[in-house]
Each structure stands twice: as C-alpha cells, then as structure tokens.
Design a protein. Structure first.
Ligand code: EPU
Length: 442
C-alpha cells in the first residue's frame, strides 16, 4: 500500500464534525497510568498511530494496554517487569522519554533512549534532564548507545525547580515524577498549556495532591494512586482549528461539536479579525464559515493562552486566501516551516523574511544560539488561487495543512506521508469525506 492521499480540490466543505480526544492529553494519561495501583480506564482516547505506538511500547515493558471499545483503553501495569524502553518503538514516538517517570517509581533505575517523533527543530530535552537532576535523580547519557540511565532514591524526588523557559512535556514529566513519594516538590515557571491541567486533574482525581497557582505548581507526594472512575480525555484543540480553517479556506461552513471554546479562544479572535465567520452556539459548539473576502492578519505564536504554534501551518494556508501580506512569526519551535516549499508548489506566494528581535534569547522559547542562522518568519502574499501538485508531508501539523491546501486548490494532488497525519488525527480521511471533501488514502 502507498502512504499517500489523493486529493481533489476546489469544493466547498460543509457539515458537522465531532472533535476527537486530544492526542497530547491521551499520550500523557497513558504514561501516567503506569504510576497507578490496579487498572486504569481512559475514555475518549483517539485511535491514532501515536497512541498505538505508545501502547506497543508499554506492552514491551510488560504492562497490559488495550482498547476495549473504539475509544476506551484499559491499562494495567501491575505486571510491568522491564526497566529498559525498547529502542525501535521509542524512536517512533517522542513522548517515550516521559517513561522515565513510571519506570523510576517502579524500579528506581531505568534506561530510556533519546526521544524520536516529529522533526520540528532540534527539540532537545535539556531542561527536563536538568529538572530531574535538580530534584534528585541521577541521570547519565551514553552517546554510544543513545540511552539515558536514570536512578532515583527510594523516597522519590524533592526540592524546587525553576524552568529557565517553560516546557510543556517537561512540566508534565516532573509532575508525574513528584506525584508519588514522601516529599514536597515545587515547580516554577511551568507551562500553562491546558493539557497540563488535564494531567493534574487526572492525577488528583486518583489521590494525588497537586496544586497549581499560575505558573507555580506545588506537589505533595502520596503513597499511591488508585483510579475511582474512568477518566475522559478532553477534546483536541488542534483538530478543532484544522477543521475550522478547512471550512473557511474552502469557502464552506463546518459546525464543530465537543470543543470547549476556551481551548481555541485566541484562534477564534484572530479568525474573526481576518474576516472569517464564527457563530458560537454554546460553550461546546461553533459554526465556522466563509462570508466575506478574507483580509491578511499577522500572527506570532506563543505558549498558551497565545496563538498556538501547532495552528500556524493551518493559518498559513488560510492567509494564501486572504487579501494582502501577512507575516507568521514562530517563537516556540525552530524549523517549523517544513510546509513552505510544498505550499509554493501549489502556487502560494510565500517567502522567508528576516525579522529583527531585540532580545532573541528571551523572545524565542527554544534555546537560541547566536551562532546559528534561523528562519523564524514568513511573509505570505494573497489572495492566490492554488493549483494541484505532488506534495510531501514532513511533520504532523504541516501534514494537515497540506491537505487543506490541496482541498482549496483546483485539480488533483498527491500528498505523500499519510501515516504522519494518522499519527495525530483520528479518522481524518473519513471526517473530511463526510464534509464532501474528495480525499482518498492509497
Ligand atoms: N525545549 C528545549 N529544551 C527542553 C524542552 C523544550 O529546548 O528541555 C524547547 C523545544 O525544542 C521548543 C520549546 O522549548 O522549541 C518548547 O517546547 P515544549 O517542551 O514546551 O514542547 P513539547 O513539550 O516538546 C508539546 C506538544 C507539542 C506542542 C508544544 C507546545 C506533546 C507531545 N507535544 O511539545 O505538540 O506544539 O508542546 O504546546 O505534548 C504536536 O502535537 O504535533 C506537537 C508538536
């Protein structure tokens, strides 16, 4: 079987979409489940490749993990008996490094390989390793094997750690590491992403003692975590934005269900400013529609509650359909413009532009290196009619954007790399087809 989509564009997409569970909550909840006594039930888990890969990985550690219904997962780690993460499976999924937390709690010593996953920027885990060390974990990296060896004291970790710059998964792994034990941990300058709040909710519902005060998190270790009721994975804010852009960019209308508005508030604000139609029915349901020609709007990505980095590839496609020049400035990740050359193949007018920043070390969320040349901003000139092309997906969010672009374009496009989209979007092909979109996986 090929790993591509054939997309026939030029049609207005219309209908309803029910948003699936959030990948970036589900993956962490699956890993955190390995900290629990007894089994854990997770509901609204998206059926995506990343979830399958993670379940393979934890089964290889000896734990039981399986879907019992379409979106319901049961995890039982009572017989987990290995403390070394499988290199092959781990290389396919970036969150594999988060297994430090349950493995250290179970075995006090573990071996975890350098993480894989989407190639957006260098994506080091230096802040995470530094945090673990400061809180009492001994960590050594063996560049020969590519494995970290970590060791933790019987009593668990303790102390205070301040992130130099916030890290989403970094905050989550340190929360997981602190949840069990006999001590107190304080984390400062943590990530404010709503996915982090969901992890805290999941753990607190099961006996953890975690308090969040702005970007400061206080954790009192508890002796055990036991699930009292199944945990519902919240809806995926990135999927919601993808379908909203799909609606407006194809000049159609799509009603999105099961999306708490606060998750996409900044996107909605920007879309309205750019002339997109937004009608909010209640706190969970929104209609996105095209009603007037779009105008350009500059975007600067930032951690929550700002305009999320994962939304900018979608926004770029939308801006090819807007009148005027718009600038997208990526502050969170380096190298998150893998889609630019692909969009150009469809006829989009995009160029990288240098943007002077007074203090790049503080301004960017990645570890800025003055010796390196970065391309952090693009200028899109619209409105441009798009035409068909042969495209290559290079990372997950860029992948969804290329499909939107091919649906906007006239003619038939081939988009290679379908499995990258399937890493993070549940039933993407089917959902687009239900809106009238001509997408077929081959
Ligand atoms: N960073 C470092 N060192 C670290 C940690 C982070 O330099 O030790 C850098 C990163 O390379 C990045 C910036 O700091 O440039 C922010 O990284 P962060 O750690 O906050 O992001 P992440 O945890 O790696 C998660 C999501 C991303 C999402 C970002 C922002 C998961 C599995 N991934 O990444 O989601 O874009 O937070 O909210 O939760 C996706 O779903 O496709 C995706 C990339």
């Amino acid at each position: 079987m090929e790993d591509a989509y054939i997309v026939k564009g030029g049609k207005k997409l219309k209908g309803n979409v029910v948003i699936s569970g959030a990948k970036n909550v589900a993956l962490k909840a699956i890993i955190a489940s390995l900290l629990f006594e007894g089994y854990v039930i997770l509901e609204n888990v998206p059926r995506i490749n990343d979830v399958d890969e993670l379940m393979n990985l934890i089964r290889a550690l000896g734990a039981k993990a399986a879907f019992s219904e379409k979106n319901k997962v049961k995890i039982d780690s009572s017989i987990m008996d290995k403390n070394k993460v499988d290199l092959l499976h781990a290389s396919k999924i970036r969150v594999s490094f988060m297994l430090f937390a349950p493995l250290l709690h179970r075995f006090k010593k573990c071996y975890v390989p350098n993480p894989g996953g989407c190639r957006i920027g260098a994506r080091p885990i230096d802040r995470i390793i530094e945090g673990m060390k400061q809180l009492g974990v001994k960590v050594n990296y063996n560049s020969g094997t590519g494995f970290y060896k970590a060791e933790m004291k019987e009593e668990g970790i303790k102390g205070e750690y301040t992130f130099g710059k916030p890290s989403h998964t970094g905050t989550e792994i340190l929360i997981m590491l602190s949840a069990l034990g006999k001590n107190k941990v304080i984390l400062n300058n943590t990530a404010l992403e709503p996915e982090v709040d969901e992890l805290i909710k999941f753990l607190n519902e099961s006996g953890a003692d975690i308090k969040k005060e702005g970007s400061r998190i206080l954790i009192k270790g508890v002796s055990k975590l036991v699930q009292k009721k199944p945990f519902q994975i919240m809806s995926d804010r990135n999927e919601a934005v993808t379908f909203a852009v799909l609606a407006v960019a194809t000049k159609g209308e799509v009603t999105i269900e099961k999306i708490p508005i606060f998750l996409i508030e900044e996107f909605i604000k920007c879309l309205k400013k750019a002339g997109g139609g937004v009608e909010i029915y209640n706190n969970q349901k929104v209609r996105f529609f095209y009603h007037e020609s779009l105008n350009s709007l500059n975007i600067e990505t930032s951690p929550h509650p700002g305009f999320m980095t994962d939304w900018q590839p979608n926004w770029a496609v939308l801006m090819t359909q807007a009148k005027g020049e718009s600038i997208i400035h990526e502050r969170v990740f380096e190298n998150r413009f893998s889609y630019v050359n692909e969009l150009k193949k469809l006829g989009a007018k995009i160029e990288f532009i240098p943007l002077g920043v007074a203090n790049p070390k503080d301004f960017y969320n990645f570890d800025y290196n003055p010796e390196k040349i970065y391309q952090q901003a693009i200028k899109i000139t619209g409105h441009t009619p798009l035409h068909n092309a042969a495209l290559q997906i290079k990372d997950l969010r860029a992948g969804a954007s290329l499909i939107i672009a091919a649906l906007v374009a006239t003619g038939e496009s081939v988009v290679q790399g379908a499995s990258i989209v399937e890493r993070g979007y549940e039933d993407f092909e089917k959902k687009v087809q239900l809106l009238g979109g001509k997408v077929k996986k081959i």
